[in-house]
Design a protein around this ligand. Sequence first.
Ligand SMILES: N[C@@H](CCC(=O)N[C@@H](CS)C(=O)NCC(=O)O)C(=O)O
Length: 211
Amino acid sequence: MKLYSFFRSSAAYRVRIALNLKEIDYTIVPIHLSKDGGRQKSSEYRAINPQMRVPALALPTGEVLTQSLAIIEYLEETHPSPPLLPRDPIARAQVRAVADVIACDIHPLNNTSPINYLKGVLGHDQAKADAWYAHWIMLGFEAIEAMIRPGPYAFGAQISLADVVLAPQVFNARRFNVPLDRFPKIAGVDAQCMKLAAFDRARPENQPDAE
Ligand SMILES: N[C@@H](CCC(=O)N[C@@H](CS)C(=O)NCC(=O)O)C(=O)O
């Protein structure tokens, strides 16, 4: 498999963790999100992912999958071990809910294009963009802090999709100096995840395109 990725992309980071946990071989194809005006906008990459975002996963069959959660669900269905979703339907919904708080409610507001729009088209300075960024992380993390039940991972002793999505968002929060002291459960889960080789290998600084 080929993973179109950018070292700092938290959506690509999610897929890297899932691939590593499931011990699937893959090659990273780096797509730089700012060089040359953003190489995700090149015609070559647009032919791979019409949405012009990373990640995209090219399968040996030639099919290309996009959207990190859709990719991870595909991996879960084709490589069920180790499972990233609990068997119990209620527990599954709770795990997916944490993933959705991040993937649907935090990350889209803090992604490259919306932040560039805030600064470029709407004319806000970096301080306002940083405040916007921190605001949506804090609101989302307040909810997640109440939703998770660490033991030591977000939902007990088994790694789940919630951890796979949470750890990259914690990386983003730290990168933008968002204080995490109000979120001891989140910080604890992240610390536990980072002890695992699958998470460590997926870290931005351990990527071939790291800067
Ligand atoms: N919902 C998408 C988000 C993908 C996404 O927004 N990726 C970012 C990097 S984290 C990106 O490629 N941004 C480029 C841009 O906005 O131009 C997913 O989960 O895959």
